[in-house]
Design a protein around this ligand. Structure first.
Ligand SMILES: O=P(O)(O)OC[C@@]1(O)O[C@H](CO)[C@@H](O)[C@@H]1O
Ligand SMILES: [Mn+2]
Length: 446
């Protein structure tokens, strides 16, 4: 397989790909994704008794089918076989198969694991895991990552309690809040919540254990691009006609989701929006991404808590029942497409975004899809990297876990790399990158 690969780093302005041996994409397809598949297979074999009890005896045979599908998939990946079309009758089957077919026509050969664009390949892997379950009857709704997502929430309960109590106390104060101070604080809580994803840790526990309020004040020097002042300008604008809408495109379940909802609550409390639309994934995705079920599960867990968390649960349930908070899960988010393709491939979603006051994109994968997963020079302008995806003002709150980042000042990347050679891969550093129609991004200096 490595015969087709090149012993090189990714050239500038090229899409990230496992064909470059000295890249994170190669390491991921070669080492990390097979481990993810093995973990799903192990999970199914270890839990087959429980699954047979909850899903019926006939599920035993289906578990074998799923394991066989995933083992074959692992072999296809490790031997650099063509990406196969989908067969299960899912609503997005045609979108995926058209994408695979059109890509093959354009290339004059089928897509290959170690030759083509990392973004498609990695998304394809998670869509194939979904396919293995979609081809069964009894396990059709089975989410092989659910237990991990739930454990990640439970393991973070202390931090959740600290953040929740802080928000509840703020909202109970009389008189107006210092909007700037608390927006900055909750945006940063939501940003650093993105460190807690299970995909980068290979599914290992990654609970938030330290005091997050104390922590965020010490992390400012790790935010390499900080466009928060621009974001605050956008939020302060008076918009008509009402209702004003903000969109939050979720990333991970557990602690990160909780911090996103706290931010959403603050935006409501400060009357900066009337409605918040949340966007999650339709199928299990990159291990820890939020699905509707995870959102509802978190709400249910909060209802079992006492004190401030119980109070937040009441308030959030009211937002939901009044239609001020709405949870969506469009297929677009689990398609192969980067966001510059949204206008063509999901016009309804793109048009709905045109009415948004602000689109808040969470996490690493959303950032990769915003900038097209290319090896941009690190000093490239964020707006240029969006390549026309500008339906509304938008901000990306992302801890850096893949080797693409733009918007840095000259010399900044080199300086950070000197301090930490893995600076692009571990989620230690972060960016808050904002696009607004008004101003270009201005570099503030190292
Ligand atoms: O989007 P998230 O949850 O912040 O991160 C997803 C991630 O862990 O998965 C990919 C690597 O396998 C990268 O995009 C990133 O490192
Ligand atoms: Mn994720």
């Amino acid at each position: 397989m490595a015969n087709d690969c090149i012993d090189a780093i990714t050239p500038w302005n090229e899409p990230l790909s496992a064909k470059y041996i000295r890249s994170f994409a190669y390491h991921t397809v070669r080492n990390r994704l097979p481990v993810t598949l093995t973990q799903v297979i192990d999970h199914l074999s270890r839990n087959k008794e429980d699954i047979a009890q909850s899903h019926g005896e006939a599920a035993r045979e289906e578990i074998k089918d799923v394991i066989a599908h995933l083992s074959k998939l692992k072999n296809e990946m490790q031997t650099n076989k063509p990406l196969e079309p989908f067969h299960a009758n899912e609503a997005d089957k045609q979108v995926w198969n058209d994408f695979l077919e059109n890509s093959s026509i354009a290339l004059g050969r089928p897509l290959l694991w170690f030759a083509d664009v990392w973004l498609y390949i990695e998304c394809y892997l998670y869509r194939r895991i979904r396919e293995a379950f979609a081809l069964t009857k009894l396990l059709n709704d089975y989410d092989p990552f659910r237990v991990q997502k739930e454990d990640a929430f439970t393991g973070s309960l202390n931090a959740i309690s600290v953040v929740g109590s802080h928000l509840f106390n703020l909202c109970s104060l009389e008189g107006p809040l210092d909007a700037q101070k608390y927006l900055m604080q909750f945006m940063k809580l939501s940003l650093w919540g993105n460190r807690c994803d299970l995909s980068i840790s290979g599914g290992k526990d990654i609970a938030q254990v330290n005091d997050p309020l104390e922590m965020i004040s010490q992390l400012d020097n790790l935010i390499l691009v900080n466009d928060l002042p621009k974001v605050l300008d956008v939020l302060r604008q008076e918009i008509s006609p009402r209702p004003v809408v903000i969109d939050i495109i979720f990333d991970n379940a557990g602690y990160e989701l909780f911090t996103d909802l706290c931010l959403a609550h603050l935006l409501m409390k400060l009357k900066l929006t009337d409605i918040i639309r949340f966007h999650g994934k339709k199928v299990p995705w990159f291990i820890s991404d939020v699905m509707k079920h995870d959102f509802n599960w978190l709400m249910n867990e909060l209802s079992k808590q006492t004190g401030p968390l119980q109070e937040l649960h009441k308030e959030w349930s009211n937002f939901l029942s009044r239609g001020q908070w709405v949870m969506h899960d469009e297929f677009f988010w689990t398609s192969p497409y980067s966001y510059d393709c949204m206008e063509k491939t999901d016009q309804a979603l793109y048009n709905s975004f045109k009415d948004s006051k602000l689109l808040i994109f969470k996490g690493d994968l959303n950032y990769r899809k915003l900038v097209g997963d290319m090896n941009w020079p690190h000093t490239e302008d964020f707006t240029t990297a969006l390549r026309g995806f500008t339906p509304a003002p938008l901000v990306s709150l992302r801890t850096i876990k893949a080797d693409v980042v733009v918007g840095l000042c000259p010399g900044q990347a080199e300086e950070v790399a000197k301090a930490d050679e893995d600076w692009l891969l571990t989620g230690k550093y972060a960016v808050i990158s904002c696009f607004t129609a008004n101003k270009r991004n201005v570099c503030k200096g190292v």
